[in-house]
Design a protein around this ligand. Structure first.
Ligand SMILES: [Mn+2]
Length: 345
């Protein structure tokens, strides 16, 4: 297990020096953030990022994420150019020493929450998804004020995207994912880079947009698209775990035994009635997931991939990017390290 930590670059209030002081920390998970989706990442940007991270004494081996252009997900003719760009970005990242690239195949939006500053009884704040709050939201009406969403979409672009997705089925989305993987996996294999798909978060259709990376059945279907071991998962316990039908420890055990988990996002969620959930502290007692059972499933399978604490609460008066403060994620990292150590060498 290579303990890692997400870092958003020099503007991140959480500095590399602070991250390095977390015990057992191996490396940084980051990305080039100033390139439009679909364009090739400049080598100079990749190398600058690498130097910043390595100069701080941390490994630079994981990218989260190289985003997939909507034209690829929609299967538009223009996807060919974006797929070629994606391949070139993979080659450049591999040349810089990257071993694992995370991506997702969620239409239009990445993760969805309904509130980013929900207050817990202890005074900390967390990210939540309340079904009744979501029911009142419409991204195509009023101001686009949904928490954490990409504000770079203009409303007319968003409407056009929603229209485009209304024309395709989940089977179409599967076809488009299969086409994308058929193109990029040979490149990843040649470069010896692991591709790790992040599941849909939460793993349900939202606003009528199709979502397919949601449960064990779909993960099986996904992995069956290619036997190449470079084709694997970024297993996000909080995303998959926000659906009560997913048995997270059992799924981790299964896919770790197959050698298909390349990267783990470890966090806990507290499931509420009606499909709602709250992100909780990592400790099992704070949420619905058994973190020891999850880490044990990895440990039993000699997991040597990357793992990072995922979203944390805001505690001790910290302010910053919701979910990505230092303190609670550092607590999560140490908690995970403690479980790992207790399970033995
Ligand atoms: Mn995640």
């Amino acid at each position: 297990m290579k303990l890692s930590f997400r870092w958003y670059g020099p503007d991140d209030p959480v500095t590399l020096q602070k991250i390095r002081q977390i015990p057992n920390m191996h490396g940084i998970v980051s990305a080039v953030y100033d390139v439009p989706v679909g364009e090739v990442w400049p080598e100079s940007s990749i190398l600058t990022l690498k130097k910043q991270i390595e100069d701080a004494g941390l490994a630079f081996e994981v990218i989260e994420s190289v985003p997939v252009h909507e034209d690829i997900k929609l299967g538009r003719p223009s996807r060919d150019r974006y797929i070629e760009n994606y391949k070139e970005t993979i080659r450049r990242l591999a040349k810089a020493g990257i071993k694992c690239i995370t991506y997702n195949f969620m239409p239009v939006f990445d993760w969805t929450r309904t509130q980013l500053d929900h207050q817990l009884p202890d005074g900390s704040t967390d990210l939540v998804y309340y079904a009744d709050q979501l029911a009142k939201m419409d991204p195509l009406k009023g101001e686009l004020s949904l928490p954490g969403w990409d504000s770079s979409y203009r409303k007319e672009d968003l409407r056009a995207l929603f229209d485009a997705y209304s024309q395709i089925t989940k089977e179409d989305l599967w076809q488009n994912l299969a086409h994308f993987l058929g193109e990029i996996l040979p490149v990843a294999a040649a470069c010896d880079v692991n591709m790790a798909i992040h599941p849909d978060d939460p793993p349900i259709d939202i606003f009528g947009l199709p979502r397919i990376i949601t449960d064990e059945q779909n993960l099986d279907r996904l992995l069956a698209l290619s036997d190449d071991p470079h084709h694997g998962l970024c297993f996000c316990t909080g995303s998959l775990g926000s659906s009560p039908k997913n048995d997270i420890p059992a799924m981790v055990r299964k896919y770790a035994a197959m050698g298909r988990i390349h990267f783990v996002h470890l966090r806990n969620v507290k499931l509420l009635p009606g499909g709602s959930f709250e992100e909780s502290a990592h400790f099992s007692g704070c949420g619905s997931l058994d973190m020891v059972a999850i880490v044990r499933a990895l440990h039993d399978n000699h997991f040597d991939g990357y793992l990072r604490p995922d979203h944390g609460r805001m505690i001790w008066g910290e302010t910053g990017k919701p979910g990505y403060g230092l303190y609670d994620r550092a607590l999560g990292a140490s908690y995970i390290t403690g479980i790992w150590e207790a399970l033995g060498a």
